[in-house]
Design a protein around this ligand. Structure first.
Ligand SMILES: *Cc1c(COP(=O)(O)O)cnc(C)c1O
Length: 413
Protein backbone atom coordinates (compact mmCIF):
# COMPACT_ATOMS: atom_id res chain seq x y z
CA UNK A 1 0.00 0.00 0.00
CA UNK A 2 2.01 2.99 -1.15
CA UNK A 3 -0.46 5.50 0.28
CA UNK A 4 0.28 4.09 3.73
CA UNK A 5 3.24 6.18 4.85
CA UNK A 6 5.65 4.45 7.22
CA UNK A 7 5.64 5.94 10.72
CA UNK A 8 7.93 5.86 13.69
CA UNK A 9 5.77 3.43 15.60
CA UNK A 10 6.85 -0.22 15.48
CA UNK A 11 3.49 -2.00 15.45
CA UNK A 12 4.96 -5.50 15.33
CA UNK A 13 6.92 -4.81 18.50
CA UNK A 14 3.95 -3.17 20.20
CA UNK A 15 1.75 -6.16 19.40
CA UNK A 16 4.13 -8.39 21.30
CA UNK A 17 3.33 -6.36 24.41
CA UNK A 18 -0.37 -7.36 24.23
CA UNK A 19 -0.75 -11.05 25.14
CA UNK A 20 -4.39 -11.22 24.07
CA UNK A 21 -3.60 -10.33 20.46
CA UNK A 22 -1.78 -13.59 19.77
CA UNK A 23 -5.04 -15.52 20.04
CA UNK A 24 -7.18 -16.97 17.34
CA UNK A 25 -10.96 -16.75 17.54
CA UNK A 26 -13.22 -19.04 15.56
CA UNK A 27 -10.04 -20.48 14.06
CA UNK A 28 -8.97 -17.09 12.69
CA UNK A 29 -6.39 -14.60 13.96
CA UNK A 30 -8.12 -12.08 16.21
CA UNK A 31 -8.65 -8.76 14.44
CA UNK A 32 -9.66 -6.49 17.28
CA UNK A 33 -11.22 -3.31 15.94
CA UNK A 34 -13.26 -2.38 19.01
CA UNK A 35 -10.71 -0.45 21.06
CA UNK A 36 -12.93 2.63 21.32
CA UNK A 37 -15.22 0.54 23.54
CA UNK A 38 -12.32 -0.69 25.65
CA UNK A 39 -8.67 -1.14 24.76
CA UNK A 40 -6.57 -4.25 25.31
CA UNK A 41 -3.94 -4.23 28.05
CA UNK A 42 -0.17 -4.38 27.59
CA UNK A 43 1.94 -6.76 29.65
CA UNK A 44 3.28 -3.76 31.61
CA UNK A 45 -0.19 -3.04 33.02
CA UNK A 46 -0.94 -6.68 33.77
CA UNK A 47 2.44 -7.10 35.49
CA UNK A 48 2.10 -3.92 37.55
CA UNK A 49 -1.20 -5.13 39.00
CA UNK A 50 -0.03 -8.69 39.59
CA UNK A 51 3.23 -7.53 41.16
CA UNK A 52 1.34 -5.19 43.47
CA UNK A 53 -0.92 -8.05 44.60
CA UNK A 54 2.01 -10.39 45.06
CA UNK A 55 4.45 -8.05 46.76
CA UNK A 56 3.05 -4.73 47.81
CA UNK A 57 -0.55 -4.47 48.83
CA UNK A 58 -2.48 -2.94 51.74
CA UNK A 59 -5.07 -0.23 52.15
CA UNK A 60 -3.82 3.25 51.34
CA UNK A 61 -3.67 6.61 53.13
CA UNK A 62 -4.20 5.31 56.66
CA UNK A 63 -1.79 2.57 57.62
CA UNK A 64 1.32 3.56 59.47
CA UNK A 65 2.94 0.29 58.52
CA UNK A 66 5.44 -0.44 55.78
CA UNK A 67 3.00 -2.19 53.42
CA UNK A 68 0.49 0.62 53.55
CA UNK A 69 3.15 3.25 53.00
CA UNK A 70 4.57 1.44 49.94
CA UNK A 71 1.10 0.87 48.48
CA UNK A 72 0.14 4.50 49.07
CA UNK A 73 3.32 5.62 47.31
CA UNK A 74 2.61 3.42 44.30
CA UNK A 75 -1.04 4.49 44.10
CA UNK A 76 -0.31 8.19 44.63
CA UNK A 77 2.47 8.08 42.02
CA UNK A 78 -0.28 7.62 39.44
CA UNK A 79 -1.71 10.99 40.46
CA UNK A 80 1.63 12.52 39.42
CA UNK A 81 1.54 10.49 36.20
CA UNK A 82 -1.93 11.81 35.36
CA UNK A 83 -0.94 15.38 36.23
CA UNK A 84 2.02 15.05 33.83
CA UNK A 85 -0.13 13.38 31.15
CA UNK A 86 -2.64 16.25 31.18
CA UNK A 87 -0.11 18.96 32.02
CA UNK A 88 -2.13 19.89 35.09
CA UNK A 89 -0.68 22.71 37.19
CA UNK A 90 -1.16 20.83 40.44
CA UNK A 91 -1.44 17.13 41.38
CA UNK A 92 -4.26 18.06 43.80
CA UNK A 93 -6.39 18.81 40.73
CA UNK A 94 -6.49 15.09 39.84
CA UNK A 95 -9.54 13.35 41.32
CA UNK A 96 -9.69 9.58 40.95
CA UNK A 97 -13.11 8.21 40.05
CA UNK A 98 -14.34 4.95 38.51
CA UNK A 99 -14.67 6.10 34.91
CA UNK A 100 -15.69 9.03 32.72
CA UNK A 101 -19.31 8.48 33.63
CA UNK A 102 -18.57 9.00 37.29
CA UNK A 103 -16.37 12.02 36.54
CA UNK A 104 -19.20 13.72 34.66
CA UNK A 105 -21.75 12.75 37.31
CA UNK A 106 -19.43 14.19 39.96
CA UNK A 107 -19.47 17.53 38.15
CA UNK A 108 -23.24 17.35 37.59
CA UNK A 109 -23.90 16.66 41.27
CA UNK A 110 -21.30 18.79 42.90
CA UNK A 111 -20.86 21.71 40.51
CA UNK A 112 -24.35 21.39 39.05
CA UNK A 113 -26.18 21.29 42.37
CA UNK A 114 -23.65 23.20 44.48
CA UNK A 115 -22.60 26.07 42.23
CA UNK A 116 -24.98 26.43 39.26
CA UNK A 117 -28.28 28.20 40.00
CA UNK A 118 -31.81 27.42 38.79
CA UNK A 119 -32.40 29.44 35.64
CA UNK A 120 -28.88 28.85 34.39
CA UNK A 121 -28.24 26.45 31.53
CA UNK A 122 -25.88 23.63 30.62
CA UNK A 123 -24.91 23.43 26.95
CA UNK A 124 -23.94 20.11 25.39
CA UNK A 125 -23.59 19.10 21.72
CA UNK A 126 -25.55 16.79 19.45
CA UNK A 127 -22.70 14.25 19.42
CA UNK A 128 -22.45 13.39 23.09
CA UNK A 129 -22.17 9.98 24.68
CA UNK A 130 -25.12 9.16 26.96
CA UNK A 131 -22.85 9.74 29.94
CA UNK A 132 -22.59 13.40 28.93
CA UNK A 133 -26.35 13.73 28.37
CA UNK A 134 -28.20 11.89 31.11
CA UNK A 135 -26.50 13.48 34.18
CA UNK A 136 -27.48 16.91 32.80
CA UNK A 137 -31.05 15.78 32.14
CA UNK A 138 -31.28 14.62 35.73
CA UNK A 139 -29.93 17.97 36.88
CA UNK A 140 -32.45 19.79 34.69
CA UNK A 141 -35.39 17.81 36.02
CA UNK A 142 -34.32 18.19 39.64
CA UNK A 143 -32.97 21.73 39.74
CA UNK A 144 -34.68 23.67 36.95
CA UNK A 145 -31.44 24.07 35.07
CA UNK A 146 -32.03 24.32 31.35
CA UNK A 147 -30.36 21.85 29.00
CA UNK A 148 -29.36 23.18 25.60
CA UNK A 149 -27.98 21.17 22.68
CA UNK A 150 -25.68 22.68 20.08
CA UNK A 151 -26.35 21.22 16.62
CA UNK A 152 -23.79 19.58 14.36
CA UNK A 153 -23.41 19.74 10.60
CA UNK A 154 -24.02 16.87 8.18
CA UNK A 155 -20.25 16.32 8.14
CA UNK A 156 -20.42 15.71 11.88
CA UNK A 157 -18.74 18.91 13.03
CA UNK A 158 -19.96 21.26 15.71
CA UNK A 159 -21.95 24.13 14.18
CA UNK A 160 -19.86 26.93 15.66
CA UNK A 161 -22.21 29.76 14.72
CA UNK A 162 -25.15 28.00 16.37
CA UNK A 163 -22.96 27.13 19.35
CA UNK A 164 -22.05 30.77 19.91
CA UNK A 165 -25.66 31.86 19.49
CA UNK A 166 -26.73 29.45 22.25
CA UNK A 167 -24.33 31.22 24.60
CA UNK A 168 -25.41 34.73 23.66
CA UNK A 169 -27.91 35.35 26.48
CA UNK A 170 -25.25 34.69 29.11
CA UNK A 171 -27.37 32.06 30.89
CA UNK A 172 -25.09 29.12 30.17
CA UNK A 173 -23.04 28.35 33.25
CA UNK A 174 -21.36 25.24 31.88
CA UNK A 175 -20.53 23.86 28.46
CA UNK A 176 -20.06 20.08 28.58
CA UNK A 177 -18.80 18.71 25.31
CA UNK A 178 -16.85 15.83 23.89
CA UNK A 179 -13.23 16.37 22.86
CA UNK A 180 -13.52 13.52 20.33
CA UNK A 181 -16.71 11.77 19.27
CA UNK A 182 -16.78 8.02 19.90
CA UNK A 183 -19.08 7.59 16.88
CA UNK A 184 -17.99 10.12 14.25
CA UNK A 185 -14.33 10.37 15.15
CA UNK A 186 -14.69 14.16 15.12
CA UNK A 187 -12.29 16.23 17.21
CA UNK A 188 -14.08 19.30 18.44
CA UNK A 189 -12.12 22.58 18.31
CA UNK A 190 -11.69 22.51 22.06
CA UNK A 191 -9.48 25.57 22.55
CA UNK A 192 -11.82 27.68 20.42
CA UNK A 193 -14.86 26.32 22.28
CA UNK A 194 -13.25 27.31 25.57
CA UNK A 195 -12.46 30.82 24.32
CA UNK A 196 -16.02 31.40 23.17
CA UNK A 197 -17.57 29.87 26.29
CA UNK A 198 -15.36 31.87 28.64
CA UNK A 199 -16.17 35.06 26.75
CA UNK A 200 -19.82 34.36 27.62
CA UNK A 201 -19.13 33.52 31.25
CA UNK A 202 -19.46 29.72 30.97
CA UNK A 203 -17.08 27.11 32.34
CA UNK A 204 -16.12 24.18 30.10
CA UNK A 205 -16.01 20.45 30.76
CA UNK A 206 -14.35 18.33 28.09
CA UNK A 207 -15.19 14.65 27.82
CA UNK A 208 -11.76 13.31 26.90
CA UNK A 209 -12.66 9.60 26.99
CA UNK A 210 -11.55 9.14 23.37
CA UNK A 211 -9.24 12.10 22.80
CA UNK A 212 -6.69 11.32 25.49
CA UNK A 213 -6.07 7.92 23.95
CA UNK A 214 -4.96 9.33 20.63
CA UNK A 215 -3.48 12.78 21.14
CA UNK A 216 -1.48 14.73 23.67
CA UNK A 217 -3.82 16.66 25.95
CA UNK A 218 -2.69 19.84 27.68
CA UNK A 219 -5.44 21.18 29.91
CA UNK A 220 -3.59 24.44 30.49
CA UNK A 221 -3.15 25.07 26.77
CA UNK A 222 -6.79 24.11 26.11
CA UNK A 223 -7.87 26.47 28.88
CA UNK A 224 -10.75 24.23 29.94
CA UNK A 225 -12.09 23.94 33.50
CA UNK A 226 -12.89 20.22 33.77
CA UNK A 227 -11.46 17.25 31.87
CA UNK A 228 -12.77 13.69 32.23
CA UNK A 229 -11.33 10.41 31.01
CA UNK A 230 -11.57 6.71 31.69
CA UNK A 231 -8.63 4.35 32.30
CA UNK A 232 -9.81 1.30 30.39
CA UNK A 233 -9.74 3.04 27.02
CA UNK A 234 -6.17 4.23 27.65
CA UNK A 235 -4.84 0.64 27.84
CA UNK A 236 -5.38 0.66 31.61
CA UNK A 237 -7.74 -1.38 33.78
CA UNK A 238 -11.45 -0.86 34.29
CA UNK A 239 -12.66 0.75 37.50
CA UNK A 240 -10.36 3.78 37.42
CA UNK A 241 -10.98 7.12 35.76
CA UNK A 242 -10.00 10.73 36.21
CA UNK A 243 -11.63 14.06 36.73
CA UNK A 244 -9.24 16.97 36.37
CA UNK A 245 -10.58 20.34 37.48
CA UNK A 246 -9.07 23.69 38.35
CA UNK A 247 -8.16 23.75 42.00
CA UNK A 248 -10.29 26.77 42.85
CA UNK A 249 -13.33 25.09 41.30
CA UNK A 250 -12.77 21.88 43.26
CA UNK A 251 -12.39 23.90 46.43
CA UNK A 252 -15.67 25.72 45.82
CA UNK A 253 -17.56 22.48 45.13
CA UNK A 254 -19.30 20.48 47.86
CA UNK A 255 -18.38 16.78 48.20
CA UNK A 256 -20.15 14.28 45.98
CA UNK A 257 -20.16 11.29 48.36
CA UNK A 258 -19.58 11.06 52.08
CA UNK A 259 -17.55 8.44 53.92
CA UNK A 260 -14.06 7.48 54.92
CA UNK A 261 -10.96 9.10 53.43
CA UNK A 262 -12.81 12.30 52.43
CA UNK A 263 -13.11 13.88 55.87
CA UNK A 264 -10.85 15.88 58.06
CA UNK A 265 -12.91 15.29 61.21
CA UNK A 266 -16.27 13.69 62.02
CA UNK A 267 -18.68 14.13 64.88
CA UNK A 268 -22.44 13.52 64.94
CA UNK A 269 -23.00 17.27 64.86
CA UNK A 270 -20.76 18.07 61.97
CA UNK A 271 -17.94 16.84 59.79
CA UNK A 272 -15.27 18.77 57.99
CA UNK A 273 -13.83 17.82 54.65
CA UNK A 274 -10.36 16.74 53.70
CA UNK A 275 -8.41 18.96 51.32
CA UNK A 276 -8.79 18.42 47.57
CA UNK A 277 -8.63 16.03 45.87
CA UNK A 278 -9.42 13.70 48.80
CA UNK A 279 -12.67 15.56 49.54
CA UNK A 280 -14.01 13.84 46.41
CA UNK A 281 -12.56 10.39 47.06
CA UNK A 282 -14.78 8.76 49.66
CA UNK A 283 -14.03 5.19 50.66
CA UNK A 284 -11.25 2.77 49.76
CA UNK A 285 -10.20 3.66 46.23
CA UNK A 286 -9.43 1.38 43.29
CA UNK A 287 -5.88 0.80 44.51
CA UNK A 288 -4.74 -1.88 42.07
CA UNK A 289 -6.49 -0.21 39.18
CA UNK A 290 -4.82 3.08 40.05
CA UNK A 291 -1.44 1.35 39.99
CA UNK A 292 -2.37 -0.24 36.66
CA UNK A 293 -3.35 3.15 35.20
CA UNK A 294 0.07 4.48 36.16
CA UNK A 295 1.70 1.67 34.20
CA UNK A 296 -0.56 2.38 31.21
CA UNK A 297 0.43 6.04 31.22
CA UNK A 298 4.12 5.15 31.33
CA UNK A 299 3.55 2.73 28.45
CA UNK A 300 1.80 5.34 26.30
CA UNK A 301 4.39 8.00 27.12
CA UNK A 302 7.23 5.67 26.14
CA UNK A 303 5.69 5.25 22.68
CA UNK A 304 4.90 8.96 22.51
CA UNK A 305 1.82 10.79 21.30
CA UNK A 306 3.53 12.01 18.12
CA UNK A 307 4.06 8.44 16.94
CA UNK A 308 0.61 7.35 18.17
CA UNK A 309 -1.20 10.20 16.43
CA UNK A 310 0.74 9.70 13.17
CA UNK A 311 0.11 5.95 13.19
CA UNK A 312 -3.62 6.32 13.82
CA UNK A 313 -3.96 9.13 11.31
CA UNK A 314 -2.44 6.90 8.62
CA UNK A 315 -4.68 3.98 9.65
CA UNK A 316 -7.78 6.17 9.53
CA UNK A 317 -6.96 7.54 6.08
CA UNK A 318 -6.32 4.02 4.86
CA UNK A 319 -9.61 2.79 6.34
CA UNK A 320 -11.63 5.61 4.82
CA UNK A 321 -10.06 4.96 1.43
CA UNK A 322 -10.73 1.21 1.54
CA UNK A 323 -14.21 1.37 3.08
CA UNK A 324 -15.58 4.18 0.96
CA UNK A 325 -14.69 2.15 -2.14
CA UNK A 326 -17.19 -0.54 -1.08
CA UNK A 327 -20.45 -0.37 -2.94
CA UNK A 328 -23.39 0.40 -0.63
CA UNK A 329 -21.22 1.36 2.32
CA UNK A 330 -21.76 4.79 3.86
CA UNK A 331 -19.38 6.31 6.39
CA UNK A 332 -21.02 8.43 9.06
CA UNK A 333 -19.10 11.63 9.74
CA UNK A 334 -16.60 13.43 7.53
CA UNK A 335 -15.05 15.93 9.86
CA UNK A 336 -11.88 17.70 8.73
CA UNK A 337 -10.23 16.96 12.04
CA UNK A 338 -10.93 13.36 12.95
CA UNK A 339 -9.44 10.39 14.74
CA UNK A 340 -9.41 6.62 14.51
CA UNK A 341 -13.01 5.55 14.71
CA UNK A 342 -15.00 4.87 11.56
CA UNK A 343 -18.74 4.26 11.78
CA UNK A 344 -20.58 2.98 8.77
CA UNK A 345 -23.79 1.49 7.48
CA UNK A 346 -24.18 -1.06 4.74
CA UNK A 347 -27.18 -0.94 2.40
CA UNK A 348 -29.82 -3.63 3.10
CA UNK A 349 -27.93 -4.94 6.13
CA UNK A 350 -28.54 -4.31 9.81
CA UNK A 351 -25.42 -3.26 11.71
CA UNK A 352 -25.82 -6.22 14.07
CA UNK A 353 -25.83 -8.65 11.15
CA UNK A 354 -22.74 -6.98 9.72
CA UNK A 355 -20.96 -7.38 13.06
CA UNK A 356 -22.07 -10.99 13.39
CA UNK A 357 -20.80 -11.89 9.93
CA UNK A 358 -17.49 -10.09 10.54
CA UNK A 359 -17.14 -12.02 13.78
CA UNK A 360 -17.14 -15.25 11.78
CA UNK A 361 -13.93 -13.98 10.21
CA UNK A 362 -12.47 -13.23 13.63
CA UNK A 363 -13.06 -9.48 13.26
CA UNK A 364 -14.40 -7.64 16.30
CA UNK A 365 -16.32 -4.42 15.60
CA UNK A 366 -19.00 -2.69 17.61
CA UNK A 367 -22.57 -2.44 16.34
CA UNK A 368 -25.46 -0.47 17.77
CA UNK A 369 -26.12 3.10 18.85
CA UNK A 370 -22.74 3.40 20.65
CA UNK A 371 -24.35 5.04 23.69
CA UNK A 372 -25.31 7.96 21.47
CA UNK A 373 -28.96 7.43 20.52
CA UNK A 374 -29.74 11.12 19.91
CA UNK A 375 -26.78 11.29 17.50
CA UNK A 376 -28.14 8.29 15.58
CA UNK A 377 -31.50 10.05 15.33
CA UNK A 378 -29.76 13.21 14.09
CA UNK A 379 -28.67 11.18 11.06
CA UNK A 380 -32.00 9.36 10.75
CA UNK A 381 -30.61 5.94 11.59
CA UNK A 382 -30.84 3.50 14.50
CA UNK A 383 -27.39 2.00 14.49
CA UNK A 384 -24.04 1.72 12.77
CA UNK A 385 -21.14 -0.68 12.77
CA UNK A 386 -17.94 0.90 14.06
CA UNK A 387 -14.31 -0.04 13.55
CA UNK A 388 -11.89 1.69 15.90
CA UNK A 389 -8.11 1.73 15.88
CA UNK A 390 -5.42 1.62 18.48
CA UNK A 391 -1.63 1.58 18.76
CA UNK A 392 -1.62 -2.15 17.96
CA UNK A 393 -3.82 -1.92 14.85
CA UNK A 394 -2.14 -2.74 11.53
CA UNK A 395 -3.02 -1.65 7.97
CA UNK A 396 -3.28 -5.35 7.13
CA UNK A 397 -6.13 -5.67 9.64
CA UNK A 398 -7.96 -2.85 7.90
CA UNK A 399 -7.48 -4.61 4.56
CA UNK A 400 -8.84 -7.76 6.18
CA UNK A 401 -11.90 -5.81 7.35
CA UNK A 402 -12.44 -4.27 3.92
CA UNK A 403 -12.16 -7.65 2.19
CA UNK A 404 -14.58 -9.20 4.67
CA UNK A 405 -17.02 -6.33 4.17
CA UNK A 406 -17.04 -6.96 0.44
CA UNK A 407 -18.14 -10.55 1.20
CA UNK A 408 -20.77 -9.30 3.68
CA UNK A 409 -22.00 -6.90 1.03
CA UNK A 410 -22.37 -9.73 -1.50
CA UNK A 411 -24.25 -11.76 1.10
CA UNK A 412 -26.86 -9.00 1.49
CA UNK A 413 -26.93 -7.88 -2.16
C1 LIG B 1 -16.58 5.49 26.62
C2 LIG B 1 -17.02 6.89 26.65
C3 LIG B 1 -17.60 7.45 27.79
C4 LIG B 1 -17.91 6.65 29.01
O1 LIG B 1 -16.81 5.97 29.52
P1 LIG B 1 -17.07 4.94 30.75
O2 LIG B 1 -15.76 4.30 30.97
O3 LIG B 1 -18.12 3.99 30.28
O4 LIG B 1 -17.54 5.77 31.89
C5 LIG B 1 -17.96 8.77 27.75
N1 LIG B 1 -17.75 9.52 26.66
C6 LIG B 1 -17.17 9.04 25.56
C7 LIG B 1 -16.94 9.95 24.39
C8 LIG B 1 -16.79 7.72 25.51
O5 LIG B 1 -16.23 7.23 24.40
Amino acid sequence: MNHFAPVALDVARIRQDFPILTQTVRGKPLVFLDSAASAQKPRAVIDAMVTAMETQYANVHRGLHWMSERTTEAYEATRDDVARLLNAADRAEIVFVRNSTEAINLVAYSYGRGVLKPGQAVLISAMEHHSNIVPWQMLRDERGIELRVAPITDAGELDMAAFELLLADGKVGLVAITHMSNVLGTYTPAARIVQIAHAHGAKVLLDGSQAVVHRRVDVQALGCDFYAFTGHKLYGPTGIGVLWARRELLEAMPPFMGGGDMISSVSYERSTWAAVPHKFEAGTPAILEGIGLGAAIHYVEAIGYDAIAAHEQALTEHAILRLSAIDGLTILGHAQDRGGVVSFTLANAHAHDVATLLDRSGIAVRAGHHCAEPLMHRFGIESTARASFAIYTTPAEIDFLADALVRVREFFA
